[in-house]
Design a protein around this ligand. Structure first.
Ligand code: SF4
Length: 351
């Protein structure tokens, strides 16, 4: 049986962590999955980082800094100053900025003090410019001609908005020299990556030698205004309507990119147990060379994140005894699985 898209996605993440970029000089990267905007989630996100700046980012802790915290931390002055003098107008009421300042204080990423009735701030460290490029990869293991045609509008939207520096589609090779369905159906700006090995090969056929670039992507202009395609005509015989667009300012794109990178920093790609049920007695992690893949012993397959939920008819909580004897007091195998993946996430953070 063909493996689910979810497993393919995990393999792509693992491959990107080891082998990015597909050709050319190695670059330090941070890999995450299922990130993007409210309207669009990318399957795999590769954040190319500046190694030194990335190391300095660690001063701000493991948790992401959201848009509000970034606004405060990045604009905080070197010397004590009243926050309303120090920070640019946020575009929303100052009382929300005060809340963010208190949050930053609690997280120890900002110096805060009261002078009379005035709240003063001072930066603890300069927020480093750690993000070099952001690459979006759409995973489609079984991409036939009709699936490629269906995917086209989505990739066109990504290209028009140019929020990521590159957009790729990753698929399993069909055996043809080039994947004809892909080349014909996808926008030329998108790269096409094919994995040619067998699922039972090392890294599930995602070894460097089993990866082929069928088409290189065009670098998108992330500093130019982006175009969001709001509505497009169906193109049918009776549809004479025009597509509608809106422009997205470069500053807004820069902000969104950094927020995406911050989320990638917090989550990595091994955090999938948070949306699955590792506390189910049938949940296992199976070793595949250096990779751990979720496996359901009840269904004898690699389960998807959507199926592995409390709604699963086979779900059975791990027995309480698992939580008492050999397993650490604070949890059973489910917790141990989470800890194992968390420790791997740490190990694979770029130096
Ligand atoms: S039985 Fe259902 S909930 Fe339990 S591991 Fe399998 S898929 Fe997940």
């Amino acid at each position: 049986m063909a493996e689910p898209e979810f497993t393919f996605e995990l393999r792509t993440c693992r491959w990107a962590e080891r082998c990015w970029p597909p050709e050319g000089r190695e670059r330090p990267v941070l890999v995450s999955r299922q990130l993007g905007t409210k309207r669009r989630r990318w399957d795999t996100v590769v954040v190319e980082v500046d190694a030194d700046a990335f190391a300095r980012r660690a001063q701000f802790g493991r948790k992401r800094l959201d848009g509000n915290l970034l606004h405060v931390v990045r604009n905080a002055p070197e010397v004590w100053e009243w926050y309303q003098d120090a920070l640019p107008d946020p575009g929303y009421p100052w009382r929300y900025v005060r809340e963010t300042i208190h949050e930053a204080d609690d997280r120890r990423v900002l110096d805060v003090r009261k002078r009379g009735r005035k709240l003063e701030i001072r930066r603890r460290w300069e927020y480093p410019d750690w993000v070099r490029r952001i690459v979006a990869i759409e995973n489609k293991p079984d991409l036939d001609a009709s699936a490629a045609r269906n995917l086209r509008p989505q990739i066109e939207r990504d290209v028009a908005l140019a929020l990521a520096d590159e957009v790729w589609v990753a698929t399993r090779a069909t055996g043809d020299r080039v994947e004809p369905a892909l080349l014909e159906s996808l926008p030329v700006e998108a790269g096409i990556l094919t994995f040619s090995g067998d699922e039972n090969d090392d890294y599930g056929g995602f070894d460097e030698n089993q990866t082929n670039v069928a088409w290189f992507p065009r670098t998108l202009d992330v500093d130019a205004p982006g175009t969001r395609i709001v509505e497009r005509p169906s193109g049918g015989k009776y549809d004479q309507s025009a597509a509608t667009f809106e422009y997205v300012e470069p500053a807004k794109k820069r902000k969104k990119r950094l927020e995406i990178a911050e989320r990638a920093y917090e989550r990595g790609w091994r955090s999938y147990t948070r949306t699955m049920r590792p506390d189910c007695r049938y949940f296992e992690l199976r070793h595949e060379n250096e990779m751990l893949l979720p496996h359901c012993s009840a269904k004898s397959c690699s389960q998807t994140a959507s199926k592995c939920s409390g709604r699963c008819s086979d779900f059975e909580p791990e027995p309480p005894t698992w939580r008492q004897k050999e397993w650490p007091i604070e949890g059973g195998p489910g917790k141990a699985i989470q800890r194992l993946l968390d420790s791997r996430r740490e190990r694979f953070r770029p130096d």
